[in-house]
Design a protein around this ligand. Structure first.
Ligand code: HEM
Length: 118
């Protein structure tokens, strides 16, 4: 599940940056960003649950919920609750932070499973 979450997040980054820099004009393709966003939020809630060995530290809790917060801001952009470049930048920043948190928590999980600290 973690690998699916990571792949989906990187596709999301590519779609987001592609849209931001004007490479994605096709509306169908762009709408994938919304459905993938919902999938990512659900996968993060499941994959970043407390882990028997890695535990449930702050990084893991943030990794669990940050994609959901990013999704709420994204849905707000979609429905024009939030408007303007600044809101888009905040959304992009939250998305990139989500990637970092999931990577960090995933690495902790792998290390804990291998019996190493940290
Ligand atoms: C957890 C990850 C993410 C989720 C759940 C998510 C979700 C969403 C949603 C639902 C929208 C509204 C779609 C629309 O307006 O048609 C959106 C818009 C957008 N997202 Fe994301 N997104 C994520 C990550 C990212 C990342 C990493 C980037 C770029 C680095 C990004 C860039 C954008 C851009 C540029 C928009 C368009 C805003 C606008 O022009 O109205 N997103 N996102």
């Amino acid at each position: 599940m973690l690998i699916a979450l990571r792949i989906a997040l990187y596709i999301q980054v590519l779609l987001g940056l592609g849209r931001f820099f004007g490479f994605i004009a096709n509306q169908r393709l762009w709408e994938t960003h919304i459905s993938l966003g919902v999938l990512i939020a659900v996968l993060a809630l499941l994959a970043m649950r407390p882990h028997p060995k890695a535990g449930n530290d702050a990084v893991r809790v943030l990794a669990r919920f940050m994609p959901l917060i990013t999704l709420f801001v994204g849905l707000g952009l979609w429905q024009d609750v939030f408007v303007g470049r600044f809101a888009v930048m905040i959304h992009m920043l939250l998305g990139l932070i989500s990637v970092g948190l999931v990577e960090r928590a995933g690495a902790q999980e792998r290390r804990a499973a291998a019996g190493r600290a940290g």
